[in-house]
Structures are given as C-alpha cells and as structure tokens.
Design a protein around this ligand. Structure first.
Ligand code: PMP
Length: 364
C-alpha cells in the first residue's frame, strides 16, 4: 500500500505513535474503565492528565515560573479579541496596539483588535506581496503601546520571523505562534504572551494554548466574557469552564512524544533539514517558485507555484496518486503549499522532493 503523507496546513498530521496510543487507550484509560472523553474534568484522572501536559509543555519550552500556561477554547482567531480585552486595560482608554503586518493572519488580528483599541500598523510588508519582513529600523512603534503584536509564522504566506524584535521599554510582545510553536527554540522570557491554536504542532483543533506573563493577567475590560478572562482561567487551572479535555489529552501525548524525540532542540534540527531539502528542490530551476525572501522563508509552511499554472490540476492528481495529500495552496493565494510540521517525517519530505523532481522532468 502507498504510504500516505499529509501536508495539510491544519488540522494537520499528528505523530503515528500518538494516534496509536490514543487508539489503544480509547475505551479504557489506564484501567479506569473510562475513555478520557467520558471523564469529569474535575476527577483525579483528568486532573493528572492535565497537570502532566502542563508540566511537559513548561519543560519543553522552558517556560519561566512567572508565566502561566492556559488551555483555552475558541481557536487562534478568538485570541485576536480575547487578548485585547485582557491586555489593553493596563493603559488609559482608548489604548493603542502596535502591529507588524506580515501576511493574512496578522491582517486578521489587526482587523479584530480595531474593535477594542486604536491600532497602529507600525510596518507592513503588503508592498512586497507579503514576501518579506520589513526591517526593524523602519518599524514606527508607539512608546506606550499596550503591546506589540506579531504573527511569527504566517501560515498562508510562508513568512517566518526568526528574531525577537526590540520593543520600547515596558511594551510586551504578543506573538501568534499558531503554526510554528514547538518547532524551534524560543526564549519565552522575551515575550509577554505567546498563543497558538493546537491543530498544527500541538494536537487536535479545539485547544488554544496561551502562555502569558503573570503581570499581564488581571486587567480584563468589564465586558470581557468571564470564561475568557485570563484571571479566571489561570486561577482555575483552565477549568473555570469545561476545558477541551480530549484535545488536552492528545496534546499531552504529543508533548511526551516530543520529549522522547529529544525535545525542541532536536526537533528544530530536523525541521531545518526538512526545510533545506524542500526549498532546494523548489529552487533547483524555474519550474517551481517560492517567492519569499530566503531569510524569512518558513520552515513549517512552504507555499510554491508552478511556473505553468495550467499544470496545477495534473500536479495535484499525480501527487495524490503517490500518497502526497493536501498540497493545494490556500484559496486566497492559489498555487501549492506543503506544510511540514514536527510530525511530518523526513521520508515524507523526501517523497515530495522525489515527486517535484519527477514532475519537473529533472534527471531524465
Ligand atoms: N493564526 C495563525 C498563524 C493561523 O495559522 C491560524 C489558522 N490557520 C489562525 C491564527 C486561526 O486559528 P483558528 O482557526 O484556530 O481560529
């Protein structure tokens, strides 16, 4: 049977070992006689699952003690409202939020935040067609902004910010890391808040991870829904309301898998190698094209175009026949996209590279 490799941008491939373990434990978790799905979130079984997941994520990302890890619902997009509602209250109203616009997802964040605060687009890569990150020297930052928001990996545009910028003193950096969290080493202490939907590098859709510095908690605006007030979520170990229990369980299995793989440093080395392999195949001649400036090419999401776009359908059909799935690009930009998250083995990238070479008629 053909081996299947799933290049979906999210929900995305999960480690086979994790899926196998979840299947084995599906009907009876550790002799409890219950599926994790059936457990009370307040029972000792689920509390132990939750605490281990929290502990492992803290260890993997080296999260300092003065940061809280929250497992919330609502997805990455909901945080575009939840974060302003929780963070702008530290400032006189109306507060200003600074943004750097590097693609589709930071664009959505700007639009949503404008409902809660003044937004200042400190820099935008729109003129480049979102193929680069504007140089920091050109960012027009607000000295007393409530925070500076970045999308450190633009899933659609394939642009990754690989540096931590200098924000004005006292201005926390908020980073949407939805599509590259846990793929590279990050110094959490440089950020005020890191967030991400789970459905790429963490687990199934429905879990949203928020890592937030303690002093940023407790400033929610009066109209912030109580279930989305970071104070309530943090004080109740993410159980102010019923958390997405099964998703947290799977995330916990993924964290354990990551530790077995050697942690984030080891994962990052593999991700560098996978990305190098794929971009080299795309750059070999002009049959394919990735338009992102090399310094900002994402290691996780690799959009590319065929020079002759009339071959798109044939390319996708051939890929599917070889077990290479979900390579169609996002509808807003067209073309192709290969997402190569942590759980994509190098063999999958090699299979894609072989197909890219074959379809381009190379080596004949
Ligand atoms: N931010 C980024 C970088 C994303 O890739 C996505 C989803 N693709 C989102 C936010 C939105 O997340 P969700 O669909 O979980 O709301």
């Amino acid at each position: 049977m053909t081996t299947i490799y799933n290049f979906s941008a999210g929900p995305a491939v999960l480690p086979k070992e994790v899926l196998r373990q979840a299947a084995a434990e599906m009907l009876d978790w550790h002799g409890s006689g219950m599926s994790v799905m059936e457990m009370s979130h307040r029972g000792p079984e689920f509390i132990s699952i939750y605490r281990e997941a929290e502990r492992d994520l803290r260890e993997l990302m080296n999260v300092p003690d003065n940061y809280r890890i929250l497992f919330m619902q609502g997805g990455g997009l909901s945080q575009n409202a939840v974060i302003p509602m929780n963070l702008v209250g530290r400032k006189a109203q109306p507060a200003t939020i600074d943004f750097v616009r590097t693609g589709s997802w930071s664009g959505k964040s700007i639009k949503e935040a404008a409902r809660y605060a003044n937004v200042n687009v400190a820099a935008s890569a729109e003129d480049s067609g979102f193929t680069t990150v504007p140089p920091q020297s050109e960012w027009r930052l607000t000295p007393d902004a409530a925070y500076l928001h970045l999308c450190t990996n633009e899933t659609i545009d394939g642009v990754e910010i690989d540096f931590v910028p200098d924000a004005p003193a006292g201005v926390p950096i908020v980073a949407d890391m939805s599509s590259h969290i846990l793929s590279r080493q990050v110094d959490v202490s440089k950020y005020g808040l890191i967030f991400g939907g789970a459905q790429k590098n963490i687990g199934p859709a429905g879990v949203t991870v928020v890592i937030v510095r303690e002093d940023l908690i407790g400033h929610a605006l009066p109209f912030c829904p109580s279930a989305f007030d970071f104070r309530n979520v943090a004080d109740n170990e993410s159980m102010y309301n019923t958390p997405p229990t099964y998703g947290i369980y799977i995330a916990g299995l993924v964290f354990r898998w990551l530790k077995q793989q050697g942690g984030i440093a080891a994962m990052e080395r593999k991700n560098i190698e996978k990305a190098r392999l794929l971009y080299a195949a795309l750059d070999a001649d002009d049959f394919y094209q990735n338009r992102v400036a090399p310094a900002y090419r994402s290691r996780m999401n690799v959009p590319f175009y065929l020079r002759d776009e009339s071959k798109n359908e044939a390319f996708l059909a051939g890929a599917k026949a070889r077990g290479l799935l979900q390579l169609k690009g996002h509808k807003s930009v067209g073309g192709m996209r290969a997402s190569i998250y942590n759980a994509m083995p190098i063999e999958g990238v090699q299979a894609l590279v072989d197909y890219l070479n074959e379809f381009a008629g190379r080596g004949r």
